[in-house]
Write a protein that binds this ligand. Structure first.
Ligand code: ADP
Length: 891
């Protein structure tokens, strides 16, 4: 028998691995010949090998002891059940440390398992723990180590003597069962529970429970060394509770990992399935047959397609089937086929020729613009009689912001057509209109074909914006491409360069917009029906602002909301069955006029919030004087946004800056509070000389792309020093400045001549024009100006200079002057009249031949004006210099 130091926290059988040759030899010797040998098993205090769990064999190295104090004093007395040595055994040393092991019963089943695991030079020892021992002395450090021990008496505890012990025992049993449900390894152990453990023996129960846990060696040693049954049970229970928590955690982790795994597997599985479904349905990208099938299907679905297009598609399909899937040409052909088969060859929106509906829609969206509306209604009437309105091109000409684009949109809605807008301003590349050659990389059809594809109908309304700003092309002329497109005799077979098959554009309704007509190429202009929009006067602007712009802007900024009516929902259902077969779109009734939206103030907005008419008047007069209403709309939006900020800030009691804070007590914006919202007015007067005009200055009226404008003509004599005889040197010349273009420059020369002649007749002795050079200037100098219509103003300014008399202060004039002094007609009478009113002019002179234009103006424009019509310059002179009785002139 070899007394051995060892440890054991709980009694059970244990496997130990020995590496020290002397220990192995000693053990082998003592066990030889069937001898039963025993060892003491103690835990080393400092051992970091002590963290092994109960489920793995202990590693016993090193087995050499250097200091007796390294051992815990309480250990196990164990029987060496079996020793197995490795291949080249050199037993030398004793085991250093063994795992906890006390056992309730002898069990020899495990013997056979050990043999295979024994490494070279090592030995595997199966130990059966018998009872606890206390170390009294270490007699020899060895190896092997000799110790003297004292055996513990068997502690017999009757659980029925103490309620505490019984309660703890019961708790341990139920805890063991609970952990077993969580942990499969535990379940294996519990298998032996009834056979090995007498549950009536609390000490053994505690040992068994502790031996099953993964508690640290120190904790297990605590159980081993405990003599008091209650305390030992307590310690074991603590270990079990810890075990339960660990098991729970372990289960949670494994559930999470499993969930992740199944999710990934599911995805993989579904993707694979999707792939195979796609393949079967021919949706797989590179599936050529499916692609060909798709095009054939589309081709077969066309009820009407030009023969040439059909042949082209078929030829391309043939080509595609022979091409390699990954080749560049395959993709080119495929894109081409996409375009060919996606054009609306036989799809059109139903034409709506209903006068009342069209009128209602046009009026609802736009105030005034009667010229445009009348022409559209004529179209509708013709369409109703003839069944179509082909071959009409409307051109809306006028200053910016007068509603050209937006009325075109309204026309599309009134006629039930799709709307498409493209701007040709600055366009110089003809392929934008006609498309690229297919051979180019990234080639595309032109805008028109793109429009057909986008709108999906072959009869949309196409708005060609800014046709007066069409660029000059360096490769082909965009104007001639447009000409081909717009010409009704050619556009039924419009040939796009990319598409290369004729496309019928004759069902399309074209509208164009322009600011001025002069720059539109002649042949294009020739084919259009021009409608002039001359801009709005103050009362018109006020109406537009009040009825359209204010509600629109308030709606956009959330100060108003649209009321949702039940009637509107009911309406859509009712007509759908009445007219279902006539309209391919079953949920829209073709002739129903959309109900008028009703507005209400959202609850968050104060009820007295409003933009008063007086503030709109002020806006129109002092802030937004241009012909259109875009700037006016911008100002109204600005007011609405600021109001929205103030409403929200008031609701949240949020602080605002001095600029944005509301100063007025109420929520209405009127003329007095307007500048809080839009700042100080940029205009205080339209006149450069607010009082009397100086000598040599006259006011003309001009017509620009921005509408009408008052325009001063200034003249000055160039003073030179006199010669020895007191006569001025030079004289008779004319110098002009102010960015005038050719026509206007010429008219200055004409005016000079007319002025000289006139002065000669009127003031015989006045030699001003002979003595002085004249310098004429038209402010503002940076704006280019052209046209002959300032002729009479120039003559008047020069005469004022020569005679040294001022021109009547409240007078403005326009008219071309001929060399013989006749006054010739000019354009833009309405715009010019409006400009004069804005500048506060009361007296106007127009050419006699413009009388009819003036008479056609609305009364509110003519009100309070003194207007004269001149046939010859003399008449202008009389009015300008208030010499009514000088010439006996009648008109
Ligand atoms: P254009 O194309 O002539 O430059 P827009 O069509 O863009 O001008 O019009 C600018 C804004 O003015 C749009 O919001 C439009 O609704 C509004 N507007 C112009 N004229 C009217 C009008 N007669 N009635 C109502 N709103 C108008």
């Amino acid at each position: 028998m070899t007394p051995r130091r060892c440890d054991a926290a709980t009694l059970s059988e244990r496997n130990a691995q020995l590496t020290d040759k002397a220990t192995i030899d000693a053990l082998t010797r003592s066990s030889a010949g069937g001898n039963v040998s025993y060892v003491g098993v103690f835990l080393r205090k400092d051992s970091h090998h002590s963290h092994h769990g109960p489920y793995e064999p202990a590693v016993v190295t090193p087995e050499v002891l250097t200091d007796p104090d390294q051992l815990y004093p309480v250990g196990s007395f164990a029987q060496v059940h079996r020793i197995q040595r490795g291949a080249d055994p050199r037993p030398d040393r004793p085991a250093d440390q063994l795992p906890p092991g006390l056992r309730p019963d002898t069990d020899t089943d495990a013997e056979d398992d050990v043999a295979d695991n024994v490494a070279e030079g090592q030995a595997s020892v199966l130990l059966l723990g018998h009872r606890r021992v206390t170390l009294t002395s270490v007699d020899r450090l060895g190896p092997p180590v000799d110790v003297t021990v004292e055996h513990w008496d068997r502690i017999v505890t009757d659980p029925f003597q103490s309620d505490m012990v019984r309660a703890l025992s019961n708790e341990i049993v139920s805890m063991i069962r609970e952990v077993a449900t969580l942990n499969p390894l535990f379940r294996e152990h519990i298998h032996y529970f009834p056979t090995r453990v007498d549950s009536n023996d609390p000490m053994k129960l505690a040992d068994f429970a502790a031996s099953m846990t993964t508690g640290s060696a120190g904790e297990l040693q605590g159980v081993l060394a405990e003599k008091d049954p209650e305390a030992r049970l307590h310690k074991a229970l603590t270990l079990l509770t810890k075990e339960r928590e660990v098991s729970r955690l372990q289960q949670e982790i494994s559930a999470q990992v499993e969930a992740k795994m199944t999710e990934a597997q599911r995805r993989y599985f579904l993707t694979e399935q999707l792939k195979s479904i796609k393949k079967e349905l021919g949706m797989e990208k590179d599936d050529k047959d499916a692609l060909l099938g798709k095009y054939r299907q589309k081709l077969a679905a066309f009820t009407e397609i030009p023969e040439e297009a059909r042949r082209a598609i078929e030829a391309e399909l043939e080509k595609l089937s022979a091409l390699e899937k990954n080749s560049a040409e395959f993709n080119v052909t495929r894109t081409y086929l996409d375009w060919l088969t996606e054009l609306p060859w036989d799809t059109a929106t139903p034409e709506r020729y209903d006068l009342a509906r069209a009128r209602e829609i046009l009026d609802r969206q736009h105030y005034g613009l009667d010229d445009v509306k009348d022409v559209i209604l004529q179209f509708v009437a013709v369409g109703k009689l003839r069944g179509s309105i082909q071959g009409k091109i409307l051109c809306l000409a006028g200053p910016p912001g007068v509603g050209k684009t937006s009325i075109a949109k309204g026309v599309a809605e009134a006629l039930g057509r799709k709307f498409y807008r493209f701007s040709v301003g600055g366009l110089s590349d003809v392929s934008e209109i006609r498309g690229h050659r297919r051979t180019y990389v990234g080639a595309m059809p032109g805008k028109l074909i793109q429009c057909l594809k986008t709108t999906g109908s072959n009869n949309p309304l196409i708005l060609i914006d800014e046709i007066d700003k069409l660029g000059k092309g360096f490769q082909g002329d965009p104007a001639s491409a447009l000409l081909e497109l717009l010409d009704p005799s050619q556009n039924s077979s419009f040939r796009d360069t990319y598409l290369d098959v004729p496309v019928d554009m004759s069902k399309v309704l074209f509208m164009c917009t322009a600011n001025v007509l002069e720059t539109i190429p002649g042949p294009l202009l020739d084919r259009m029906e021009i409608i002039n929009l001359s801009g709005y006067d103050v009362p018109e602007k006020l109406e537009i602002a009040e009825r359209y712009l204010v509600p629109k802007s308030m709606l956009e900024s959330g100060l108003l909301e649209e009321k949702k009516t039940d009637a509107a929902e009911g309406d859509t259902d009712a007509p759908s069955d009445a007219d279902a077969d006539a309209d391919p779109d079953p949920d829209a009734d073709p002739d129903a006029i959309p109900p008028l939206p009703e507005y209400l103030t959202p609850s968050a907005v104060p009820a007295d919030l409003a933009i008063e008419r007086s503030s709109l008047e002020s806006l129109v007069r002092w802030y937004c004087r241009e012909a259109g209403v875009r700037n006016l709309e911008k100002h109204i939006r600005k007011i609405c946004r600021k109001l929205a900020l103030q409403v929200v800030a008031a609701a949240e009691s949020a602080p605002l800056t001095e600029r944005t804070r509301r100063k007025a007590p109420g929520w209405t914006v009127d003329a007095d509070t307007l500048d809080e919202y839009v700042g100080k007015p940029p205009f205080t007067s339209d006149r450069m000389f607010p009082g009397d005009t100086p000598h040599g200055v006259a006011m003309g009226l001009a017509w620009t792309s921005m509408g009408g404008a008052a325009l001063y003509i200034e003249t000055q004599g160039i003073v030179r020093s006199a010669d020895a005889e007191g006569k001025p040197r030079g004289g008779g010349g004319l110098r002009v400045t102010g960015s005038m273009k050719d026509v206007m420059k010429e008219s200055t020369s004409i005016a000079h001549t007319v002025g000289r002649k006139f002065l000669h007749e009127y003031q015989m002795g006045n030699s001003y024009f002979d003595d002085y050079d004249v310098h004429m200037h038209v402010p503002d100098g940076a704006t280019p100006k052209d046209g002959p219509s300032a002729g009479i103003t120039m003559v008047t300014a020069m005469l004022s200079l020569a005679m040294d008399r001022p021109v009547r202060a409240d007078l403005a004039m326009t008219g071309e002057v001929s060399l013989s002094g006749l006054v010739l007609p000019v354009g833009g009478i309405k715009e010019k009249t409006m400009a004069a009113r804005r500048a506060g002019i009361d007296c106007l002179v127009f050419p006699a031949q413009n009388k009819r234009d003036y008479d056609e103006l609305p009364d509110y424009l003519k009100e309070g004006l003194e207007v004269h019509f001149a046939e010859e310059y003399k008449r202008v002179f009389e009015i300008a210099f208030m010499e009514d009785d000088f010439f006996d002139h009648k008109i």
